[in-house]
Ligand binder design. Structure first.
Ligand SMILES: Cc1cc2nc3c(=O)[nH]c(=O)nc-3n(C[C@H](O)[C@H](O)[C@H](O)COP(=O)(O)O)c2cc1C
Length: 234
């Protein structure tokens, strides 16, 4: 199997690890169908097996489903549409340059192309951006935080947890989209889940069963050749 085609790969029956890694991609449109409780338990138990420095397991995770998910979505959408100033817990790099900018542009071209949103279509882009806060209609949204006393050295552990979680979802027939965007309003997220300021919100992950009819879900974004990023020395 390769991942170079323009068409998303379908997970085969009894997928290998390689199939799962190749089939995971960001899903931005979901069916209104809840994930059964036992499957939720299974995928979050698998994610929990992620490695972490000194095995501190620094991630704190909250999952909004059903009415809780709808309420949180409404609060976030209201914050965006009312122009509430974002106050993320961590300074994010929003402006990329050089090769990083090029990759960002290539990804946007692939995604917005499938969504039929032109480069100068400001309203279309605003609407597409708002979809983040609607969780792309996902029936579940997970939020991942870590104790705010920690810095990026511990955030590395949380990244491993997040990837474990998304691969566990893929392997079990679920789609997911990692979302830094939703962490722009950590106070709303903390208040919703009853978290206090001792937790810093890193990201959200919308997830559920993919809606294959959504144009955005036809997107496959390319990767650089490993020769650009990896050196092998003998
Ligand atoms: C930490 C992180 C944050 C992300 N934030 C967003 C986001 O806010 N909105 C979004 O649509 N995609 C987001 N993505 C998805 C990336 O755009 C996506 O992973 C990348 O383009 C590669 O595509 P793929 O996941 O389909 O392989 C995020 C991914 C990561 C890992």
């Amino acid at each position: 199997m390769t991942n170079t085609s323009e068409t998303p790969m379908i997970l085969p029956e009894n997928p290998s690890f390689e199939d799962v890694v190749r089939c995971r991609r960001s899903v931005r449109g979901f069916l209104p169908k809840a994930v059964p409780q036992d499957l939720l338990h299974k995928i979050f138990s698998l994610a929990q097996l992620a490695p972490s420095n000194c095995n501190i397991q620094p991630w704190k995770v909250a999952v909004a489903s059903g009415e809780s998910c709808r309420l949180l979505r409404d609060k976030l959408v209201a914050a965006v549409t009312e122009g509430v100033k974002p106050n993320p817990d961590h300074q994010r790099v929003d402006k990329f340059e050089g090769v990083f900018r090029q990759r960002q542009v290539d990804t946007a071209v692939a995604l917005y192309g499938n969504m039929n949103i032109a480069r100068d279509d400001g309203e279309g882009r605003r609407r597409a951006s708002l979809r983040n806060f609607e969780f792309f209609d996902a029936p579940h949204a997970a939020f991942i935080a870590m104790p705010s006393i920690f810095n990026e050295s511990v955030a590395v552990d949380v990244g491993m947890y997040a990837q474990n979680l998304m691969l566990a979802m893929t392997a079990n027939g679920l789609g997911s989209c990692a979302q830094a965007s939703v962490s722009r309003y950590p106070d709303i997220i903390r208040a919703h889940f009853g978290w206090n300021d001792s937790l810093a919100v890193l990201m959200g992950i919308s997830f559920g069963f993919e809606d294959p009819s959504i144009p955005a879900n036809k997107t496959v974004v390319p990767r650089a050749d490993i020769r650009e990023e990896v050196i092998f020395l003998d």
